[in-house]
Design a protein around this ligand. Structure first.
Ligand code: UD1
Length: 360
């Protein structure tokens, strides 16, 4: 066998078969692009409740590869079992879930069911079909009001709403699972504030209705969908009185998942880990508005309003564990995040398809 042939064969042996739940969503789709770009095989399961089938076409446009796609809710055990039977997965990356804080307060039944039953189904099937590794999408929201910043992973749990509570309970559940099933390893990645978009401008964040989060609101003001930004309070104990957060480029975040997959592959006995994914830097609402205007040349009219219930002054990550353990750190700065968010919004003024059906 000549050299190039044996290299090719070795590479094929290393291809991972990865189930990505919620792979049509904002963070999921960017992660799928990175996985496909490096040669892994991806199977997406998504119910499109907060995403679009068009995402799959666009992933193919960027990578030249089409991930297999199944339309199903992760809580549907028999639908999921069919997928597990069909593929011999090496990994699961579990993004699927409901994520609007306000809605979670109004609909706790929906949030507890969607966000907890889904993980339970996945673990049942992983145990049955001998899949040993899962990366779980957690959130800095589990810290609530932090005692100190930067926030380290050992800070106490203190979520302030059902959404955050479901993230916390999932983490506790997964920890118990690893204790009872030593073969299964879990990494919970606690995301700080993901913004930005793929540099192609063809995939990005596409919130339904009025955006809850800051960056999509800013880009919708910039494109003219909304008149002005409401800045929720300017009397916090921060450098300019507005809330400070750790904004992280979604592509950096996606690459953090690849680093976590590689870590579990190299350390199958890892058992249970919780790791922050952020930049370690905090910027205020007005810092973000100013930087966005600088890089796009578009003024963002804003008005200071009351604080939003539950908002905290300052939240940014201690990122040393991600660096030490995964060898990962965020590369893109705030300017790049703003540029990429704007490219996505300006190329897709109404998101993936405006008023069309999500299944189109
Ligand atoms: C929010 C969620 C958090 C979730 C995270 C995911 C709440 C209370 N928290 O976090 O659970 O994990 O999103 O990305 O919803 N802001 C404005 N005007 C706006 C929107 C936001 O001034 O129209 C301010 C907020 O007060 C905050 C900052 O911008 O200081 C960031 O807000 P947001 O993008 O909603 O993120 P978080 O509140 O950090």
């Amino acid at each position: 066998m000549n050299n190039s042939k044996s290299t090719l064969q070795r590479k094929r042996v290393n291809i991972l078969k990865i189930l990505v739940t919620g792979g049509a969503g904002f963070i999921g789709s960017h992660t799928v692009v990175e996985l496909l770009d490096r040669g892994d095989q991806v199977v997406i399961v998504d119910d499109l409740s907060n995403s679009h089938l068009k995402v799959v076409d666009r992933i193919e446009k960027i990578t030249g590869k089409r991930p297999d796609f199944f339309l199903a809710n992760i809580c549907d055990f028999s639908a999921m079992e069919k997928v597990f039977k069909q593929y011999d997965f090496d990994f699961v990356i579990h993004f699927a879930g409901s994520k609007a804080v306000g809605e979670s307060v109004e609909k706790p039944l929906l949030y507890y069911r969607n966000n907890l039953e889904s993980t339970w189904v996945l673990i049942e099937l992983m145990a049955k079909y001998n899949v040993k590794s899962i990366i779980f999408s957690s959130s800095a929201t589990v810290y609530g009001q932090p005692d100190a910043v930067p926030i380290i992973e050992t800070s106490p749990y203190s979520p302030t709403n059902p959404y955050g509570e479901t993230k916390m309970i999932n983490e506790l559940f997964l920890k118990d699972v690893t204790a009872a099933y030593p073969d299964i390893s879990v990494i919970c990645l606690r995301y700080f504030n993901p913004i930005g978009a793929h540099e192609s401008g063809i995939i990005g964040e596409d919130p339904q209705g009025i955006p809850n989060n800051l960056m999509p609101f800013i880009t919708q003001v910039a494109i003219g969908i909304r008149e002005e930004l409401f800045v929720f309070g300017n009397n916090f104990d921060t450098h300019d009185g507005t809330g400070v957060r750790d904004y992280i480029h979604v592509v950096d975040l996606a690459k953090g998942h690849l680093a976590a997959v590689d870590y579990l592959k190299a350390n199958p006995d890892a058992s249970f880990l919780i790791i922050n994914l952020g930049t370690g830097r905090g910027y205020s609402v007005l810092d973000l508005v100013k930087t966005f205007s600088e890089v796009t040349g578009i003024e963002i009219p804003y008005r200071i309003t009351e604080r939003r219930a539950g908002d905290i002054a300052t939240c940014y990550a201690d990122v040393s564990l991600a660096k030490d353990l995964l060898g990962w750190e965020a590369k893109f700065d705030l300017k790049r995040m703003c540029k990429d968010s704007w490219r996505w919004q300006s190329q897709n003024p109404k998101g993936y398809c405006g008023n069309c059906s999500q299944k189109e």
